[in-house]
Design a protein. Structure first.
Length: 210
């Protein structure tokens, strides 16, 4: 009976070891999948708050931006003047500088817009750095053997809130920049927006017909 008991015991141990190995593999797969999801979340979230300047040179960038005189990059017809989500760098105030001749900006207006642009970009540097630090913390949380889901959720919420803060700052920058313009200049801006929208519609129709 003793040899039989030993054989049964050995079989039980091997079975337990196999189960433990399978559990470890499952945990590793779950952790890997979770990290991939977090990385994708961060990448997509950051892309949604990228500045127009940040997209310079990328595929299809010419459709999303236009170059104003003086070399200033601004959100172009593809994004609309009123709802520019420029997160990486706040170009909302600076965008009007590149339209100096079209809008008939005075030297005083250009000076004011440049000052606003500088302040927005300095603030954007701090905002981006804060997001990067939080994303590092998030990766650290995901690298733990025992993942604290609640802590991960809190960090994801903090990152999302920071990105929303950047977008809101950009919209505020646009509103403040528009206040620098005269009523006549705002009418010109609105007309340029309408012309850009009409051009986009015509372009889409041509492509569809082809």
């Amino acid at each position: 009976m003793q040899p039989v008991r030993c054989a049964i015991s050995a079989l039980s141990i091997r079975t337990s070891q196999r189960r433990l190995a399978m559990m470890r593999r499952k945990v590793l797969m779950v952790r890997t999948f979770a990290v991939v999801l977090i990385v994708l979340f961060c990448s997509v979230g950051y892309a949604s708050t990228q500045s127009c300047e940040g997209m310079k040179g990328g595929p299809g960038a010419s459709k999303m931006m236009m170059m104003g005189k003086g070399g200033d990059m601004m959100c172009g017809p593809g994004m609309g003047f009123g709802m520019m989500m420029c997160g990486g760098r706040h170009k909302c105030a600076g965008g009007f500088i590149g339209m100096k001749d079209e809008l008939g900006l005075t030297d005083a207006q250009v000076k004011k817009l440049k000052s606003m642009k500088m302040n927005q970009e300095k603030k954007a540097i701090d905002d981006r750095a804060e997001i990067q630090k939080m994303e590092l913390e998030l990766h650290g949380l995901m690298g733990e053997d025992e993942i604290d889901i609640k802590a991960v959720d809190r960090m994801i919420d903090k990152i999302a809130a920071q990105k929303a803060k950047i977008q809101k700052a950009c919209i505020r920058g646009m509103v403040d920049a528009k206040k620098v313009l005269t009523s006549e200049q705002r009418k010109k801006l609105k007309g340029m927006k309408g012309a850009g929208m009409k051009k986009r519609i015509e372009h889409k129709v041509i492509i569809k017909d082809e």
